[in-house]
Design a protein. Structure first.
Length: 232
């Protein structure tokens, strides 16, 4: 049974999510503030976290950062904040998805299923072709599912890793926008191309020496993305 930690200080939202998720076979844990969320995550080890940003003690981005210090469990932000910079801040902190309030239960459930599916896929050791890919500045280890730059492991969220892994496994080839969205987010997200722009920008900031002029994570305008290994 999938364990979901729901973090929100709104009692009505907590109750609605507990009822709906329980009815669909999820085990639901709850917390009403950031400190409680961090304790529950450490003690109960949920499979996925649904997190409000406007908590009474900590900002949600601080909770995300606290969780990302030790876990890769998927984090779905559920927030009334609609500004793009709030979304970017949450994604930069390590969130995997962002849903704005008011929200449709069907959409939230679809995103929850997609997050759990990505996490399950990320935990499987699937290696085909060369398990380690070297660039001039970083190394992608497909078997260990990690990236090393300047001797240190680069933290990637499960979504960031899913995108990078797909591009690296198809290195030198164009991977279409629809294929990326379908394989990383699921079939319901084939039109959400703005997701790709946000996550590719994050990957470039983490991996490319000059993110404004990427050498490896290349955009093919209107078509998709490509992982290149240019000659030195």
């Amino acid at each position: 049974m999938t364990r979901v930690l729901v973090v929100d200080d709104d009692a009505q939202i907590l109750r609605a999510l507990r009822i709906n998720l329980t009815a669909r076979g999820y085990q639901v844990l709850t917390a009403v503030d950031g400190a409680g969320a961090l304790r529950a995550a450490a003690d109960e080890l949920p499979d996925v976290v649904v997190l409000d940003l406007g908590l009474p003690d900590l900002d949600g981005t601080e909770v995300i950062a606290g969780l990302r210090g030790w876990t890769r469990m998927p984090i779905i932000v559920l927030s009334a904040r609609t500004e793009s910079n709030d979304k970017v801040d949450a994604l930069d902190a390590g969130a995997d998805d962002y849903v704005t309030k008011p929200f449709g239960m069907a959409e939230l459930l679809a995103r929850l299923r997609a997050a759990v599916r990505r996490a399950a896929s990320d935990s499987e050791a699937r290696v085909d072709g060369e398990p380690v890919v070297h660039t001039a500045t970083f190394t992608v280890d497909l078997a260990a599912k990690q990236v090393v730059r300047d001797g240190a492991v680069v933290h990637l969220t499960p979504t960031e890793w899913g995108i990078l892994e797909l591009l690296v496994r198809n290195r030198g080839k164009l991977v279409g926008q629809r294929q990326l969205l379908h394989e990383v987010w699921g079939p319901a997200y084939h039109r959400e191309t703005n997701y790709l722009r946000v996550y590719l920008a994050q990957l470039r900031r983490k991996l490319e020496p000059d993110p404004a002029h990427p050498r490896h994570l290349i955009t093919e305008p209107g078509m998709g993305y490509r992982f290149d290994l240019p000659a030195s």
